[in-house]
Ligand binder design. Sequence first.
Ligand SMILES: Nc1nc2c(ncn2[C@@H]2O[C@H](COP(=O)(O)OP(=O)(O)OP(=O)(O)O)[C@@H](O)[C@H]2O)c(=O)[nH]1
Length: 344
Amino acid sequence: MTDPRLTPIPLTVLTGFLGAGKTTLLNRLLRDPALSDAAVVVNEAGEIGVDHLLVEHAAEGVVALAGGCLCCTLRGDLIETLEGLLRARDNGRIPLFSRLMLETTGLADPVPVLQTLSLHPYLALRFQVAGVVAVVSAVDGAATLSERAEAARQAAMADLVALSKIDLASGPEAAATRAAVAALAPLARVVDAATVTAGEILERHDAPKPDLPALPAIHGSVVSVALASEAPLTRASYDLFVELLRSAHAPKLLRLKGLVRLVEEPDRPLVVQGVRHVFAAPRFLDAWPDDDRRTRLVAIGEGLEPDLLAKLYAAFAGRIAPDRADRAAMTDNPLAPRAGGLLG
Ligand SMILES: Nc1nc2c(ncn2[C@@H]2O[C@H](COP(=O)(O)OP(=O)(O)OP(=O)(O)O)[C@@H](O)[C@H]2O)c(=O)[nH]1
C-alpha cells in the first residue's frame, strides 16, 4: 500500500480582491464535513495579521499564517510555511490533513503562486493544484475588475468564480459584474458564494488558463498600515476614529479590518470590517482568539500615509477613558468621605 503521506495533497487556491469575501466563504466551507481534515494557510499582507484569527476552524484544525509582501510572490514566507506544514504532517506533529486551502492576500497576483506550486521541485511533488477559486463582489465587481490589475488576473486564472454579496447588489450591479467576469474568465464556472457547496469548490478543475507572465509588484502604491495599542479604547473614541478615517481617507482606503479592545467590553474583541466606504455593523467575538489582547487594526489603501494614520489613531488610543477620569475625580475629591466611603 502506498504511504498516504506521499500521495499528492489536493490544494485549492482561494483568491479574490481585498474584502471580496474570501474568509467569509472559507468559514462557511470549513463547517462542511468534506473539509474537516483540511489544513488552511492564510497569506496575509502587512506586519500585523488578523485574517488567520478570523478563520473559524475546528479546534484540531490546522491554520497556518504566511506573512509577506502585499503582492505575495510566494517566494519566501509562503514557501517556508508550506514546507513547514509538510514536515509537521510527515512527522505526525499535526494531523494528516488530506487537503489544503490556501487563501491568498487580496492583492495577490495568482500567477507566481501557481507557477511556484507547479515548478518548485518539492512543493510540486507533494501538492496538486485542484483548482483556483476567485471570489468577486457582485456589488462593485465590474469596477474592481476594470480598475485593479490584481483583481482581473485573479478572475482570469480562476476555474470557478464565486460571486459574493449578491444580497447587497442591485440587479444592474450584479449583471455588470457577471459580464465583466465572463469577459475575463469565459471558461470559469460562476456560482453564488453564499450557496456554493464544498463539493463544488473541491472538485478537480482543469479549465485552461491564460498564459500570463507574472508581474513584479503590481500593487504599486498600495500601502498597508498596522495600528496597535495596549490600552482599551472607549466605544465613543473608536467610533470617532473610524468616522474621521472614513471622511479623511475614504477615496484611498481599500480595506480596514481588525480586532478592537473596548473599555466597555475588554473580554471580547470587536471585529471591524470595512471595504472601501462600506463598513459592516461591528460585531463581538465570544472571546479573544489568542493571548494577544491588544487592539490590532490593518488599513490598506492607495497612497495612505502611515505617519498621518498613526497620529490620528494615537489621538484616540492614547486618550484616558472618561469613566476612569470620573472615578479618579470622585476618589480625589477632598470632600468625599475617605475609608469605607463612597467608593470603598
Ligand atoms: N452581505 C454580505 N456581506 C458579505 C458577503 N461576503 C462577505 N461579506 C462581508 O464583507 C466583508 C469582507 O469579507 P471578508 O470575508 O473578510 O473578505 P476577504 O476577501 O477575506 O478580505 P481580505 O482578506 O481583507 O481581502 C465582511 O464584513 C463580510 O461580512 C456576502 O455574501 N454578503
